[in-house]
Design a protein around this ligand. Structure first.
Ligand SMILES: Cc1ncc(COP(=O)(O)OP(=O)(O)O)c(N)n1
Ligand SMILES: Cc1nc(C(=O)O)sc1CCOP(=O)(O)O
Length: 542
């Protein structure tokens, strides 16, 4: 008998012990179903058989009222007794082969996996779906394995490429983490994302389970309705086709808008460049705030603009973690500058923790930094600098990292490479003296963040206008972590610095790096959209 196809998108796993005081389990369940839960698993870890059977049977009747399938955790006998749609088994439960023998052929079998090896076994066993977790830390269950992390899910999903085994993520999935999870938990080729998320506490512990389920459901449906489903970027405008002239004029146009709107650019940066970065931001026409205390991150994240996180002298990791999470929640672009990430294992661990906690919109680094994140040793670092002549195939490196991290990657150097994993652009502006002042890479991060901020603000304004005009095809935007074209914003940011550096060295007073730096600030201050459009050397590589 053919198995029914189950919508796993919002998968409620029950947990009576988490109910708020005075909230009845069945009432909570029914409200969650009204809110849009698509499948329910009864999970009872302490109930005896009689109680489990009673709960499963009543849960089954309520689910049937809403046409929602029921799965039973661990217990094949209970699943058979209540005629459930399926069973969910863990690594130490009954083997899949035995479970299958006991159940009717149309019964769904789901299995927990937390690494690639377990995923391969589940593939061999031919389960119907896997629960991948725990993706985030959770207090709903004592975990015996380390968390998988959002960025660890992609390699597990790769095991299921080409198979019709479905996948759901579990562990710490909430309205605050769901979009970041769905965007980040994707195979590098972009063809597989999770088919759903399994949630316990965000619904069960809520005094308003209907509202909680509705919010989750809205975000999940918006994510799955994005226009480029095979390429789950956290920002809009992936898969556009560009011309070089179009890129130049859009970058120039962004500079004009930036000067008019002066976006706020929140920068958590290193002590070497903080003042310089703030001055460059002001010279460009944006507005810097260099706040670092974790306590102020939530408030700051509500002001439109962008966030820059630069780990050059990493003393504020807590602030960086909180700031990034709030930026994701408030759809603010995050530019991550992994300064010197190859230099120490401390920096590598910090970069990993930050990138697991929030979704970066742009990662900007020199060849050694990008190589470290891409896990290649072709280009070595010396402290915060890159050694040697760069990668033999820089395009492949930036493209692969953009796909892996699901963001735009900017690799600076004598030529700059910028990729969103689909389109890769080479920029050939810039004076060599840029490499001889401290923090030139950091100010590129600052300026890229400024342009990401203005791109996001402009996109939000367009969206408000579209909604005010009654345009209804914008619902998928609720599934984006960031709106705006972050590829063009990154190009504009790099061009602003590199074109300004060319203008700076043409000034008669520049005799060396001491006179170059103030001239650079002046050149940024006076930079016009026409300078950018006429001087930009832009090539679309592939
Ligand atoms: C959808 C989903 N995924 C994973 C689990 C965890 O199941 P298991 O490993 O059997 O652990 P317990 O739930 O039995 O503690 C799940 N229940 N559902
Ligand atoms: C039941 C369960 N299984 C997990 C796994 O990792 O296999 S994590 C988990 C609990 C998930 O609860 P919450 O949504 O409240 O974080």
């Amino acid at each position: 008998m053919a198995k029914p196809s189950i919508d796993l998108s919002l998968y409620l796993v029950t947990g009576r012990e988490l109910l708020p005081p005075n909230k009845d389990y069945y009432e909570s369940l029914e409200e969650a179903l009204q809110g849009g839960v698509t499948v329910v698993q009864v999970r009872e870890k302490t109930a005896d058989t009689g109680e489990f059977l009673d709960i499963a049977s009543k849960t089954s009747s309520i689910c049937a009222k809403y046409g929602v399938p029921l799965i039973i955790n661990d217990r094949v006998d209970i699943a058979l007794a209540v005629n459930a749609a399926g069973v969910h088994i863990g690594q130490s439960d009954m083997p899949v082969s035995v479970t299958r023998r006991l159940l009717p052929s149309d019964c769904i079998i789901g299995k927990s996996v937390s690494d690639v090896e377990e995923a391969k076994v589940a593939l061999e066993e031919g389960v119907d779906y896997v629960g991948i977790g725990a993706i985030w830390a959770t207090t709903s269950k004592k975990l015996v394995r380390p968390v998988v992390g959002v960025r660890g899910v992609g390699e597990i999903l790769e095991v299921f490429l080409g198979s019709d085994i479905k996948t759901v993520g579990i562990g710490g999935l909430k309205s605050t983490t769901v979009l970041r999870t769905l965007h980040g938990a994707t195979t590098p080729c972009g063809t597989r994302t999770l088919d759903g998320v399994a949630v316990v506490s965000d619904i069960v512990a809520s005094p308003n389970p209907r509202g909680s389920a509705e919010l989750l459901s809205k975000l999940i449906r918006a994510f799955y309705s994005r226009p480029s489903p095979n390429f789950a970027f956290p920002f809009s405008a992936a898969h556009q086709s560009y011309t070089e002239d179009d890129i130049k004029s859009r970058a120039a146009g962004l500079l004009k808008t930036l000067k008019a709107i002066k976006p706020l650019v929140h920068q958590i940066t290193n002590t070497v460049v903080a003042t310089q970065s703030a001055n460059i931001t002001l010279a460009l026409g944006a507005s810097p705030i260099m706040a670092t205390a974790p306590q102020e991150m939530e408030d700051l994240s509500k002001i439109p603009g962008a966030l820059l996180v630069n780990i050059g002298t990493i003393a504020n990791k807590d602030g960086m973690l909180v700031a990034g999470r709030h930026a994701n929640l408030n759809r603010k672009p995050i530019v991550f500058d992994p300064v010197g990430v190859g230099a120490t294992s401390f920096r590598r661990a910090a970069a990993d923790e930050l990138l697991n906690s929030w979704q970066a919109t742009v990662i900007k680094g020199n060849a050694a930094e990008i190589g470290t994140l891409a896990k290649t040793a072709e280009v070595q670092s010396k402290g915060v600098d890159s050694v040697g002549s760069g990668f033999s195939d820089p395009v492949a490196i930036v493209k692969a990292l953009a796909r892996k991290e699901r963001c735009v990657v900017v690799m600076t150097g004598p030529q700059d490479y910028i990729s969103d994993g689909h389109t890769t652009i080479r920029l050939s502006n810039g004076d060599p003296m840029l490499a001889d002042i401290t923090g030139s890479g950091c100010i590129v991060g600052t300026v890229v963040a400024s342009f990401c901020g203005i791109s996001s603000i402009s996109a939000q304004k367009r969206l408000s206008a579209q909604r005010a005009a009654g345009q209804t095809d914008t619902d998928h935007k609720a599934g984006l972590l960031v709106d705006g074209n972050m590829l063009i914003a990154s190009v504009a940011g790099v061009l602003a610095i590199t074109v300004a550096s060319e203008l700076a060295v043409e000034r008669p007073e520049v005799r060396g790096t001491g006179t170059f730096l103030p001239a650079l600030i002046d050149a940024i201050y006076g930079l016009t959209p026409e300078d950018v459009a006429s001087r930009a050397k832009v090539e679309i590589i592939r």
